[in-house]
Design a protein around this ligand. Sequence first.
Ligand code: ATP
Length: 260
Amino acid sequence: MTAVLRLTNIRFGPVSKPFLENINLTLEAGHFLGIVGPNGAGKSTLINLVAGLIQADEGEVELLDERLNRSNRRRLLQQVGFLHQLHDHQPRLPMRVRDVVAMGLPGYAKPWQGGISASAISEALSLVDMEQLSGSDFRQLSGGQRQRVRLARALVRKPKLLLLDEPSAALDTVRQEKLFQLLRKLCDDTGMSTIMVEHDIAAISSHVDSVACLNRQIHHHAMHGENIPESVWRDMYGDHIQIVAHDASCIGCAPGHHHD
Ligand SMILES: Nc1ncnc2c1ncn2[C@@H]1O[C@H](COP(=O)(O)OP(=O)(O)OP(=O)(O)O)[C@@H](O)[C@H]1O
């Protein structure tokens, strides 16, 4: 099966104190991967590396079986959709929702060459239940609505790989669950692969195929339904955490008491 993404021995940051090290990961078509880890663990850094925004200091990034380099970068990254961690910057001027989504199309920068497909925009907006607000001013939407429009912008190019950095941050519980269900369905129906950074493992565990526990390195890569050992949580979050059972196949952690 084609590997959509292969990371081999990635290091990012100084050798003496890397932000990421020994990262090895292979993602096949249709795989939905969750990444969890404490603040500052390197989750966004890893996503930015795959999105081609930063370059590894050591190791290889392969997308769709090609090693990412300067000459193929633009072509390969057209196959990648990216929803950044939420920085809710607003456009200065009025901008219609459908124009925000159009920015995700590869032809957006050169509209005179065509490539802006109204049907692709409507399809992406309907996936996130926002088609009815297609003509509205993006700035007048709620934070959660704007986040769904950004998701449509990441989906509009029908990416082979979708990268999401805490996509549920602005969403209510029902919308969060709908988002995870939508991503699961897209992975199953279209073969799109997804990497999603999220803090709440209990919320994602029933939807994803696997969870990578990251803190500078991948401490554990758990397949669906596999219990993550307590030692992994303690390695990642420190000894002063309390292990909480959610159900038989998923345990998480909560702040514990510090006794010194
Ligand atoms: N280019 C860089 N220069 C200096 N420090 C960097 C650089 N890139 C990443 N870091 C550091 O790497 C660490 C990981 O940051 P990152 O934003 O990836 O963490 P995160 O797991 O996404 O955190 P959060 O859950 O808080 O969003 C941080 O301490 C950050 O300051």
